[in-house]
Design a protein. Structure first.
Ligand code: HEC
Length: 198
């Protein structure tokens, strides 16, 4: 399930619009997700998935090249830096007015996957965050810690530590998505007159 939701998120993120926060402003959550979290996490998961041993319960250090370690460090630093902004900024905006978030086009429409997914608007996500800023910041700090582990693993080329973090990162992401976004999978496409809306 972890793999499937990750792949779906990746495909959807590739289609997502990038936020255009100005340099002097705190980037929106949406821009952070589509521009940093998703692409960097994909790098991490990609490197890990190439280095699994036969039974998939550890990584083979010889399958992680120096270039990979460098990339792990860079991705870890980028995630850590952005997660730290989400954890400390006095006010974080989910998305600007013209920045659609994944699934928001389906708000108010009945999905075809039953209760598994409830589409929410950026405003609804914003309200959840405003109602529990400390909770949101705590979830962002969990990601800061995980990303810090990636940086440390890259410095010492520690394949066991890299495995531990790469294999648990999906849960760290979802740990924030579940309470504040309400999902970790995109919405089923709404049906309009029996036709799928593209
Ligand atoms: C501290 C909270 C938090 C953490 C941690 C977090 N996210 Fe998110 N993420 C959100 C929120 C809130 C949304 C919903 C708003 C949105 O879609 O932009 C979201 C949405 C997304 C989306 C959909 C973006 C879109 O197009 O609408 C992707 C992709 C994503 N996150 C990837 C990740 C990945 C990968 C990680 C872990 C490396 C991660 N997120 C960690 C809060 C978080």
């Amino acid at each position: 399930m972890v793999r499937a939701s990750t792949a779906v998120l990746a495909a959807a993120a590739a289609l997502a619009l990038y936020g255009c926060a100005r340099k002097d402003e705190t980037p929106t959550i949406n821009a952070s997700m589509t521009g940093v979290m998703e692409p960097k996490a994909e790098k991490i998961w990609g490197i890990a998935s190439h280095a699994y041993n036969d039974i998939g319960d550890a990584l083979l250090p010889e399958k992680i090249s120096d270039a990979d370690w460098k990339e792990i460090g860079e991705a870890g630093r980028a995630i850590k830096e952005r997660a730290a902004i989400l954890a400390t900024a006095p006010h974080v905006v989910v998305a600007t007015a013209n920045e659609p978030i994944m699934g928001s086009q389906a708000v108010g429409q009945k999905g075809n996957l039953g209760k598994a997914w409830e589409a929410v608007s950026a405003q609804a996500v914003q309200a959840r965050i405003e109602a529990d800023r400390p909770g949101f910041q705590a979830k962002a700090r969990v990601l800061v810690e995980a990303a810090d582990g990636l940086v440390r693993a890259s410095q010492t080329k520690d394949a066991a530590l890299f495995y531990k973090i790469a294999s648990g990162m999906d849960e760290v992401c979802d740990g924030c998505h579940e309470p504040f976004w309400g999902t970790d999978v995109p919405p089923p496409l709404p049906l309009a007159g029996g036709q799928r809306v593209q």
